[in-house]
Design a protein. Sequence first.
Lengths: 244, 233
Amino acid sequence: MNTFSDSAVTALALLAGFDPMLLSIVGRSLGVSGAACALSCALGLPLGAWLGVARFRGRGALLTLLNTLLALPSVVVGLIVYLLLSRSGPLGFLGWLFSFKAMVIAQTVLVLPVAAALTRQTVEDVDRAHGEQLQSMGAGPVLRSLLLALDERYALLTVVIASFGRAIAEVGAVMIVGGNIDGFTRVMTTAIALETSKGDLPLALALGIVLLGVVLALNALIALVRRWRMVAIDQPLLLETAPS
Amino acid sequence: MSGLIQLKAVDVRFGPVTALTDVDLGVGTGERLALIGANGSGKSTLLRVLHGLVKPAAGSVLRDSATRQAMLFQRPYMLHTSVLHNVALPLWINGSRWKQAKEQARLALGRVGLGEAALRNARALSGGQQQRLALARAWSLEPHVLFLDEPTSSLDPHGKREVEALLAEFARGGMTLVFASHNLGQVKRLATRVVYLEQGRVLADLPVQEFFNGSRLVETSMEADLFVKGEMA
């Protein structure tokens, strides 16, 4: 057998045996990226919805900046967060460098533009088509943005999933601010990079399989949500008791 | 007939495009005013100016601040929620408590014959039902003036009749109606006054009987007369 097939067999054995080290790395990855996704969506969805509806001076420049941030390299984010959290940085007093929190912050900064920009586009499209009807009912820009975001919740669920996917797949930022410390800040992507450089291909491959599995599960989830959305439109909504 | 809204020398421009030019128009209480004209003549823009959705580039819009208004669109937007919530939401936006809004919404749905559909998803309704739902949504706000942008253009004949019957009922209750339409039969049935627009200008503004009386219309506007003859042919 060649190296790849040997590694693949060992990797499957690690997965099937629920290897504790593998599980702890996977759990930490999901935790960091889940928290970063939750934070960035909590900020990015309302911000993006508002940007989709609001009209103000400088909006075009702000949108250009936001779209530019979509391509922000993760190592640059890692470097900026590193400088902020380092002992001599403005947030050094927190003592968060090389910690779980530092990795969450770095991924949040990385993913926030994704959540905000995709939400902005979704809400702006629907506002152009129907916003004046809500305006006609008396809804101002803030309420309109919230109503449209709520109404596009299935589309925005895709934004949430895409944000999580961006977070869990990145390596540069968490490597810099987390330090890839074994049992403490090591996550799937940093572990894959390290194990590959050490030549421990089975563990790297096992982690790669899990990472692919997570991405596959996310795509399956998107497909399910879309299907559920199509079916849900023609279902009665049992939100409360029938009217008398 | 007291004036609810008065436009004076109104111009509307969208970038380089002039949508309305020097429009003077008053809407009186209890009127049923039809706006007619070819596509792109400015009917929808004029409705939006009257309702306050579009601000004029020049001229003035005088409106009694106590006047309540609502607007019905050609393709009403249904939120992805129940029929009941779609009607209750504007009431809540306009200050009603949510529970009270839902009770008012049930009354409005009963009025348009959609009481049984209250818990259905609004987007699952047919086009005619959605337009009746939009009417319930507008009626529940108890507007003095209801603006309608081609309210029956996307409906089948049955749906058209249902919506027209409701509009006639609203008008009998004293509601002022201002509607854009391509359907001259509908204009004859519903309107008390007709305004003809061409390229953003008001070329004729006559009571409905005079508008459809050929000689009076020819005296007022040759273009309007040609339009009516073309549509009736």
